[in-house]
Design a protein around this ligand. Structure first.
Ligand code: PMP
Length: 389
């Protein structure tokens, strides 16, 4: 075997589709192309550049595995004030290098080879591959599946359910009834409910967000993964966190020690010292992004293009209607013909090939609306109805 030949498992994993698409955009932009970028999974805010002046010298070094204590306290309080669920900052939370690593460590900590993890579509692109990397089996359900369909899919091999709430890309939030049903399922079958809440601030009009943890205050089966990436508009800082029962946090801490030691310490110190100020600064901007997202949904609707229901987050998942192109062909053609970058719906699951993902976070409104027009024009230009007319 050649020295650098990959393992069968890693070789079988694809690139993260959204990141791959954005790498292409970065390359095209570097060649001078003007791309309307609706594929980036982040919202650009004005966040004041951090100054590290005056931070303790400890900020330059490794921190405790579970994270800088002051940040843990602030995050625990933040979660508690949003959800009413107390979190012990000393043992029920760990600061991580983004929520992506929190999700991966959670899966690595709970899965035995062959365990099934139920993931409703549209699914965030990394879930199935993270499950596979942990030698589990992702079981996806089509986009129209209900919580009753999830219940029907539970088998003796099921170990966990992953829900993303609010949801990338539809913007849908789970209702209290749906969350309750999921908790009953978890409790009845001894499953872990992994709640990815990285868009928890993106609820229109400041409506309260209902965390999955509300229905499981003792953290018997719920793991909440969250992050500063989207909610604080600082995805590049790589700071996230996981809230779980202390017995699971102990297992996750071992993984973190062997993988990254701790989250970026200097940024964690800065965040801890400036937590409330950053939040006060970003919250109004989040509301503006959500409002923009919902105006973009209206612009699609005005052209007869429907999106899957939802109003939170900064994404939409519009339907390709009667276009004869599949979502990969559509996204490629849109980039080639109109210089508009989206992510093909198929990346979000086999049932999603009639959609593309649009993010409104990285472009001003006039360019977003140009992107919407280009999508609608391409749907019309490639629609079977048009062609047979
Ligand atoms: N979950 C979802 C649903 C996401 O969309 C993303 C990023 N696009 C993440 C998790 C990971 O974010 P991070 O690691 O930056 O916290």
């Amino acid at each position: 075997m050649a020295p650098l030949s990959p393992s069968v498992l890693v070789d079988s994993i694809g690139e993260a589709a959204s990141i791959k698409q954005n790498n292409l955009v970065y390359e095209l932009q570097a060649d001078g192309a003007d791309i309307i970028t609706l594929s980036l999974g982040e919202a650009f805010f004005d966040v004041p550049a951090p100054s590290f002046e005056g931070l303790t010298p400890a900020a330059h070094h490794y921190s405790h595995t579970r994270g800088v204590p002051l940040l843990r306290h602030k995050l625990a309080k933040y979660h508690e004030s949003g959800s009413g669920t107390p979190v012990d900052p000393d043992c029920e939370i760990m600061v991580t290098a983004g929520s992506k690593s929190a999700l991966f460590m959670t899966l690595a900590a709970i899965l035995e080879p062959g365990d099934e993890v139920i993931i409703p579509e549209p699914l965030w692109v990394s879930y199935p591959d993270q499950v596979r990397l942990c030698r589990g089996i992702p079981v996806s359900l089509p986009w129209h599946a209900t919580v009753d369909d999830i219940a029907a899919r539970v088998t003796a091999r099921t170990r966990a359910i992953i829900v993303n709430n609010p949801h990338n890309p539809t913007g849908r939030r789970l209702s209290d009834d749906e969350l309750r049903t999921l908790h009953v399922l978890a409790e009845t079958h001894g499953l872990v409910l992994i709640a990815d809440e990285v868009y928890s601030e993106f609820v229109p009009g400041g409506d309260p967000f209902v965390s999955a943890s509300v229905f499981d205050p003792d953290k018997r089966h719920t793991v909440v993964c969250n992050s500063m990436s989207k909610n604080f508009g600082i995805s590049g800082w790589r700071v996230g966190y996981v809230i779980a029962h202390e017995s699971l946090i102990r297992q996750l801490a071992k993984l973190q020690q062997h993988l990254v030691t701790c989250a970026p310490t200097i940024l964690c110190h800065y965040l801890a010292e400036n937590f409330e100020q950053i939040l006060a600064h970003t919250r109004p901007q989040i509301q503006q992004v959500v409002e923009r997202r919902n105006r973009v949904a209206e612009a699609f609707a005005a052209r007869g293009v429907t999106s899957l229901p939802g109003d939170s987050t900064f994404y939409l998942f519009p339907s390709l209607g009667s276009s004869r192109l599949d979502s990969t062909e559509f996204a490629d053609e849109l980039l080639r013909r109109h210089r508009v970058s989206t992510v093909a719906g198929i990346s979000y699951g086999a049932s999603c090939d009639r959609f593309v993902r649009v993010s409104v976070g990285a472009e001003p409104e006039d360019r977003l609306l140009r992107g919407v027009e280009a999508i609608c024009d391409l749907i019309e230009a490639t629609s079977t109805a048009e062609e047979t007319a």
